[in-house]
Design a protein around this ligand. Structure first.
Ligand SMILES: CC(=O)N[C@H]1[C@@H](OP(=O)(O)OP(=O)(O)OC[C@H]2O[C@@H](n3ccc(=O)[nH]c3=O)[C@H](O)[C@@H]2O)O[C@H](CO)[C@@H](O)[C@@H]1O
Ligand SMILES: C=C(OP(=O)(O)O)C(=O)O
Length: 475
């Protein structure tokens, strides 16, 4: 089915994601893994020779952000939970290490994870690991709810703004917890040694992580909790689905109010981590930036509706059949250069902040002036300086960037670039695919936090990208 904006408006945004287990693709089994050359380099790097057209089909992995919150939620469950489609990322490995530091037993094999939290003997997860990722902090909700206490260090994650945890703290207090912040740690205790109690809390801002953390806490609080102005992101719905499958009573996921009736006990359950909408969006943009045609699956089209609208407006062709999406920007197919467009990032269902840097790269290759306004994080323009090294004409004023599209005959040039965060980092990879010559990108550990085998997947599509590993480091 060829897509237009109106086609998507009729799709149910909260429709469950059903894939029978036997159909779950062994997504990476057919990728050609390259044994990376060991070279005289200090830091792992990508080198990309630009100009290759992409073609073929790419498998989309399970969602990083859904996997992180569902893994945190397994702490609520008695017995074993079985998760399918957990992406093999440094973030999910760090999350597993955080859970193990509490005494959780985890076995993992080919994207499947068996998690059992019955032997938890600590309420203080490893602070070093918590400091590496944002999602690790979410364990404060389930720890407090099930064990009455938690001591959790302040989280890490992408350096894209101040990213406070005030909404988590105020929300947990509304559920009867005593919460203090000091020494880089949040200490929380259910008051009077009793468990949490249901309550009402309105978030000042629809924070994804605060919504998920409070939802997990409320699932085991005594009585009913009403959370308003919550996040409506698909990952919130995925978490609610896992919790409900584990015996919790959660209503309203996907709307701006959650109604949760607490239960004394939740049980382990089985779930599939839905596909990563940000990874899918990144490959959709890779097709557009390289003026190529590729397909990808599984994708839930309503999760990437905003990007589909923008790419259609730019002049791309997009078709969708079941869970497969095809994006074409081949000049012979679209008949003209792509047209620039404006973007304003917003909480879901608005344009995702996690696709802002990648979209900016596309805009540098389109006709005309484009404006990108970042409204979710106050410091998410770190990629611009690197893109300017490639000759991109971008001006930033605060959280707004003005992008001058392609001049006749001009192209992005190659350079040595540094990835400073996850999505900014992958935007440099996309720029390298379109640049003339060889682009070198260091700091790729940021990219490995959130993309499963990015280089192998791009090679599968025909890109010339190599991962250089420092001499002496284990493969
Ligand atoms: C692991 C994970 O799921 N990460 C995602 C999650 O991050 P995360 O959950 O951290 O993002 P939030 O939705 O909480 O952040 C949105 C805004 O709210 C602010 N804020 C948040 C909490 C708080 O207590 N106080 C406060 O002021 C933040 O500083 C930010 O400006 O949602 C973001 C927004 O879609 C995505 O970019 C991240 O990929
Ligand atoms: C901001 C992101 O991740 P995190 O919240 O884990 O830092 C992201 O995935 O783009």
């Amino acid at each position: 089915m060829a897509l237009s904006s109106s086609t998507l408006c009729h799709q149910n945004l909260t429709k469950p994601y059903f894939v029978s287990f036997h159909k779950q693709p062994h997504i990476l089994s057919h990728l050609q893994f390259q044994t990376p050359p060991k070279t005289l380099t200090l830091d792992p790097k990508f080198t990309i020779t630009g100009g290759c057209k992409l073609s073929g089909h790419v498998p989309i992995s399970g969602s990083k952000n859904s996997a992180l919150s569902i893994l945190a939620a397994t702490l609520c469950c008695s017995g074993t939970s079985k998760l399918h489609g957990v992406p093999n990322l440094s973030d999910t490995r760090t999350m597993a290490s955080i859970l193990r530091s509490l005494g959780v037993e985890i076995e993992a094999c080919n994207g499947e994870m068996w998690v059992n939290a019955d032997g938890v003997g600590s309420v203080q997860p490893c602070p070093e690991d918590i400091g590496k990722i944002r999602g690790g902090f979410f364990v404060i909700g389930p720890l407090l709810a099930r064990f009455g206490e938690a001591v959790v260090a302040l989280p890490g994650g992408c350096d894209i703004g101040t990213r406070p945890v005030d909404l988590y703290i105020r929300g947990l207090r509304a559920l009867g917890a005593i919460v203090e912040l000091g020494d880089g740690k949040v200490r929380a205790q259910a008051a009077n040694g009793r468990g949490l109690v249901g309550g009402r809390f309105k978030l000042d801002h629809p924070s994804v992580g605060a919504t998920e953390t409070l939802m997990m806490a409320a699932c085991m609080a005594d009585g009913v909790t009403v959370l308003s102005n919550v996040a409506k992101e698909p990952e919130v719905i995925d978490l609610a689905r896992f919790l409900t499958g584990s015996g919790a009573c959660v209503e309203g996921a996907g709307s701006d109010t959650l109604y949760i009736k607490g239960k004394n006990q939740l049980h382990g359950s089985e779930c599939i981590v839905p596909p990563d909408r940000i990874e899918a969006g990144t490959f959709m943009l890779a097709a557009a930036i390289t003026r190529s045609s590729i397909s990808m699956s599984p994708v839930i089209p309503s999760h990437v509706a905003c990007l589909i609208d923008k790419l259609l407006a730019a002049g791309c062709k997009i078709t969708c059949a079941h869970d497969t999406l095809e994006v074409s920007a081949v000049p012979d197919d679209v008949g003209h250069n792509l047209q620039g467009f404006d973007v304003r990032t917003c909480p879901f269902p608005g344009f995702p902040t996690d696709l802002q840097p990648q979209t900016m790269v596309l805009l540098t290759t389109c006709d005309g002036l484009s404006i990108v306004e970042e409204t979710v994080f106050e410091n998410r323009m770190g990629h611009v300086r690197e893109l300017q090294k490639l000759g991109a004409r971008i001006r930033v004023c605060g959280s707004t960037a003005v992008i001058c599209g392609k001049e006749k005959g001009s192209a992005l040039l190659s350079s040595h670039l540094v990835a400073k965060d996850l999505r900014g980092g992958v935007s440099l990879v996309l720029a390298g695919l379109a640049a003339e010559g060889v682009t070198e990108i260091s700091g790729i550990a940021h990219i490995d936090r959130g993309y499963e085998n990015l280089d192998a997947k791009l090679r599968l599509l025909g890109a010339d990208i190599k991962r250089l590993i420092p001499l002496g480091s284990p493969l």
